[in-house]
Design a protein around this ligand. Structure first.
Ligand code: HEC
Length: 84
């Protein structure tokens, strides 16, 4: 019984890990796709900005020709606010 619980726990733990990892990968791919066309996406990863500054950067990129729908904009800002 105890062993069964242990196995279940391991399985749940593993699936949570896998989920978290793949979600992360997916998160960053939108940056590669949307922000990696005019310059390398690594220009984004090197920055360490607060939310206000990221808003201004996105605004500036839109002026330079970046196309985002509201969902994409929200997803990108979420990633930028949390990670950079
Ligand atoms: C339409 C083209 C284009 C797209 C798409 C684009 N950028 Fe840029 N970005 C530029 C240009 C042009 C520069 C100025 C490059 C330089 O000065 O060498 C720049 C510079 C930057 C810089 C450097 C800081 C600055 O203000 O000069 C950051 C950070 C940045 N972009 C972030 C992003 C992010 C985040 C995205 C995606 C949401 C993005 N860019 C998408 C054109 C674009």
């Amino acid at each position: 019984m105890l062993r069964c619980l242990l196995v279940c726990f391991c399985l749940v733990f593993a699936s949570v890990c896998i989920n978290a990892c793949s979600r992360n990968n997916k998160d960053f791919s939108i940056i590669e796709i949307k922000c990696g066309t005019c310059h390398s996406a690594s220009i984004v990863y090197g920055e360490n900005r607060n939310e206000h500054e990221w808003d201004r950067i996105i605004y500036a990129m839109k002026h330079r020709g970046l196309k985002l729908n509201p969902n994409e904009e929200k997803a990108i800002k979420d990633i930028l606010y949390k990670n950079f």
